[in-house]
Design a protein around this ligand. Structure first.
Ligand SMILES: *Cc1c(COP(=O)(O)O)cnc(C)c1O
Ligand SMILES: [Zn+2]
Length: 397
């Protein structure tokens, strides 16, 4: 793969080739970053090539992705990404801010952000001749992997906590994956998926374990650059709000910006703000204590997609904020429900883990972390149809 140099450990910086290590660093368990061959990419691709691409999906960024063209044209695998960015004036006025963009991921094939990682994983699985892909999931990652596997005619096995919302479990079943409901929480499902992958030789998509998930998720960073920063020729740094559970989405978005910065295509790094529920705030707690030592919590929040005891990609997630002059913000579950209601009033239907990022923006304004004249974007990671119970709570009837 001439676009990729290899991987690099986020803890000890050791470099590996892609063939050498499949998952985490053998020395310290650190999550690996995929390192692009920046010079090779610069020599063959210009931003204009991407801006003028006819591909209306995340695959328009193929020159910056660590896989070859996956094929499967005309399937849902090829329609992931390039999600809409909205700029509702009512909502900006209500918050008293000048430029507010909302990037809505609910239109992805399985209705969440997770399709970005799963589409890339399915492409990688085919390249390494993996016959079965497996993942642990609170619901969305599993639905995304099941959906993308179905689109590509591959086989998926999903471990999910039996408490996952019914809509997400229904998706797993309809997409035809093998579903194993775990009598435990998400962290238990993670351990089981790793053990099954080792035992049966399956390719494991687990978040914060497989280095390729962040490579799929970084395409959201590319799109924010193309659709907002470059399209509007922004001069001030953009504030980007991301909800955080395991921390892989925020790490992926950060990686996207880092890749573009290394290529010289992005002049100014956005400021990245991670938002966690008060009931699941392991990374935010570390941020507030100014330490990189993340301590587990006993997670309890209605935002099931970000309910995590020990974040699997915590270190990189923390650095996404500390290295970009961003911050971590903690919001209460009631503010998350209020966020669903506010977004609904401008025509956007979000699940709790998505409205969490919006609640974070409101809190950042109230606390003076950001100023009203600064441009801001909220990443809305999943559809309200995923969790109808929470939606009914937000509606108040
Ligand atoms: C997975 C997920 C998140 C959080 O992503 P992490 O990588 O776990 O931090 C946020 N919102 C939705 C809808 C998700 O499915
Ligand atoms: Zn290491």
């Amino acid at each position: 793969m001439d676009k990729v140099v290899g991987t690099q450990c986020s803890i000890c910086n050791t470099r590996y080739t892609l063939d050498e290590v499949t998952y985490t660093c053998p020395k310290d368990g650190g999550v690996l970053d995929v390192v692009l061959d920046v010079e090779a990419i610069k020599a063959s691709t210009q931003p204009e090539d991407i801006f003028s691409s006819a591909d209306q999906s995340m695959w328009r960024y193929l020159p910056l992705l660590p896989v070859n063209d996956p094929g499967h044209q005309g399937t849902p695998l090829r329609s992931v990404g390039l999600t809409p960015v909205y700029k509702p004036p009512q909502l900006a006025a209500e918050l008293g801010i000048k430029d507010l963009w909302l990037k809505d991921e609910s239109g992805n094939p399985s209705a969440s952000f997770k399709d970005r990682a799963s589409a890339l994983l399915i492409a990688r699985a085919a390249e390494i001749d993996a016959e079965v892909v497996v993942t642990a999931s609170t619901g969305n990652a599993g639905a995304a992997l099941a959906g993308m596997a179905a689109a590509a005619g591959a086989k998926a096995v999903i471990f999910a906590p039996k408490t996952a919302p019914p809509a997400k479990i229904a998706q797993l079943l309809v997409y035809g994956s093998e579903v194993i409901l775990v009598d435990g929480n998400y962290d238990d499902a993670v351990a089981l998926a790793v053990a099954a992958a080792e035992e049966y030789g399956w390719y494991c998509r687990n978040t914060g374990y497989n280095p390729f998930t962040a490579e799929g998720k970084k395409t959201a960073g590319f799109e924010i650059w193309e659709q907002v920063i470059a399209a509007n020729k922004l001069e001030k740094p953009l504030n980007v709000f991301v909800s955080v559970g395991d921390g892989n989405i925020i790490s992926g978005v950060h990686k996207g910006f880092r890749d573009l910065y290394a290529l010289g295509w992005l002049k100014q790094m956005p400021r990245i703000f991670g938002v966690q529920s008060a009931g699941s705030a392991a990374i935010a707690n570390a941020f507030n204590l100014r330490t990189e030592a993340i301590e587990p919590v006993s997670a309890e929040t209605l935002a099931d997609s970000i309910s995590v005891d020990m974040p699997s990609d915590g270190l990189r997630a923390l650095r996404a904020a500390t290295q970009t002059d961003g911050a971590y913000i903690i919001v209460e579950d009631q503010a998350i429900l209020d966020g669903i209601a506010s977004l609904g009033k401008v025509g956007i239907f979000s699940e709790p883990a998505a409205s969490t990022a919006f609640a974070g923006l409101k809190k950042a304004l109230a606390d003076g972390l950001i100023a009203p004249e600064e441009p801001s974007l909220v990443l809305l990671t999943g559809s309200g149809l995923k969790d109808v119970k929470a939606a009914m709570q937000a509606a108040g009837e």
